[in-house]
Design a protein around this ligand. Structure first.
Ligand SMILES: Cc1cc2nc3c(=O)[nH]c(=O)nc-3n(C[C@H](O)[C@H](O)[C@H](O)COP(=O)(O)O)c2cc1C
Length: 204
């Protein structure tokens, strides 16, 4: 089992600390778990050129194309973001928009979860927005009762957030269970048929 943990923050700090807590659980369960820092890179947003429809990758050849194979190989994906003005940080969204839109490999049944770090507010809005990347790709998303959030301004604050970290460990354990169950389900029943796309833009 492979798990890709994406750190959207430009800092190696609170979000990273939360992801590292989950990484330990994945590794203890025998998974390969890699934390990928993308937040300190210059990542332009999607230009909407739709060249990826032909190419199967983004026309801007940068970290998005470079790291797309990591997503392709992953059985589980954790997206970590600091809260910036009650939403995910901008660099992360530029990265994810292009990564999820430009790649055409099947993402269905990869298990996903989002993790957010805030000093105080905006965690639920950020969490909801990040989950759309999973829902739009047919990926089951995992959560626990307190919306996968930690609080802090420094790694020490996050390490003191016992409730937040305990929740993230449970999320990681649940992801391991689901990844194993899906692998067994694929063997026993096979993947469901890909959806037939009906695209009308609401125009009849
Ligand atoms: C540009 C910017 C905007 C922020 N906006 C918020 C916010 O709306 N709510 C909040 O609680 N914290 C906010 N913060 C604080 C960070 O979300 C918080 O410190 C987070 O834990 C930082 O994670 P990191 O160390 O992984 O970057 C903001 C920080 C920055 C730099």
């Amino acid at each position: 089992m492979k798990v890709l943990l994406i750190n959207g923050s430009p800092r190696h700090s609170c979000t990273y600390t939360a992801l590292a807590e989950m990484q330990k659980v994945f590794e203890e369960a025998g998974c390969e778990a890699q934390i990928l820092d993308i937040g300190d890179k210059d990542i332009p947003g999607c230009k909407g050129c739709l060249a990826c429809k032909e190419l199967g990758h983004c026309v801007m050849d940068d970290i998005v194309n470079e790291t797309a194979p990591l997503l392709a190989e992953a059985d589980g994906v954790v997206i970590g973001s600091p809260v910036y003005v009650s939403g995910p940080n901008g660099t992360l969204i530029s990265y994810l928009d292009r990564l999820f839109y430009s790649t055409h490999f099947d993402k269905r049944m990869k298990v996903g979860t989002a993790v957010v770090s805030a000093r105080r507010n905006g965690t639920t809005a950020t969490f909801e927005m990040l989950n759309q990347f999973f829902f739009s790709s047919g990926m089951p998303a995992v959560a626990i009762g307190n919306w996968n959030a930690v609080h802090g301004y420094t790694p020490e604050d996050v390490l003191a957030d016992e409730e937040g970290l305990a929740g993230l460990r449970v999320v990681a354990e649940n992801m391991v269970f689901l990844m194993k169950s899906i692998a067994k389900g694929k063997e026993d029943f096979g993947m469901p048929a890909p959806p037939v796309r009906v695209k009308t833009n609401y125009i009849r």
